[in-house]
Design a protein around this ligand. Structure first.
Ligand SMILES: C[C@@H](O)C(=O)SC[C@H](NC(=O)CC[C@H](N)C(=O)O)C(=O)NCC(=O)O
Ligand code: NI
Length: 143
């Protein structure tokens, strides 16, 4: 298992890059625009820890005026880890009584919350094919 990143939601890309890059010295490692989801992801890392990133999530201004409500998770989004077997990890957590808020339907990504409702993103190393029953389980999380 490998720590990947911490996601925080930001309100202003330029202001955040000025702080994290010019101020703290982090470097942008990659950026993903998602027009369908109307958001931009910007990954930053410190020079001594290039593989431990911060994922800045910028939600574009909504077309319909509705703003997604993340409640207390408005700014802090999630911690992300890469796992060797996302199905085995989710099965173990489920057997321990934790809710898999977003099941690993596609064998790639799953979300679970800590007892304090900290969102944890699990990303599969490589890619596993969809597997029942996970492939047909509904999301139980607020996504
Ligand atoms: C790339 C991978 O590390 C991700 O974290 S993608 C997860 C995905 N992010 C979004 O949809 C960003 C926009 C969304 N409106 C948001 O603000 O989160 C996602 O599932 N996000 C939900 C979450 O709780 O992280
Ligand atoms: Ni993430």
């Amino acid at each position: 298992m490998k720590y990947l990143h911490t996601m925080v939601r930001i309100r202003d890309i330029d202001a955040s890059l000025r702080f994290y890059c010019e101020g703290l010295g982090l470097k942008e490692t990659r950026r993903m625009e998602n027009p369908a989801g109307r958001f931009t992801l910007i990954f930053l890392a410190a020079d001594e820890t290039p593989n431990a990133e911060i994922e800045l999530t910028y939600n574009w201004p909504p077309e319909n005026g509705e703003i997604e409500d993340y409640g207390s998770a408005r700014n802090f989004g999630h911690l992300a880890f890469r796992v060797a077997d996302i199905y085995a990890t989710c099965a173990r957590l489920q057997a321990m009584g934790y809710t898999i808020n977003r099941p690993p339907r596609d064998g790639h990504m799953a979300f679970v919350r800590s007892p304090d409702l900290i969102s944890i993103e699990l990303l599969q190393e490589g890619h596993l094919p969809p597997q029942e029953p996970w492939a047909s389980m509904p999301n139980t999380g607020q996504w």
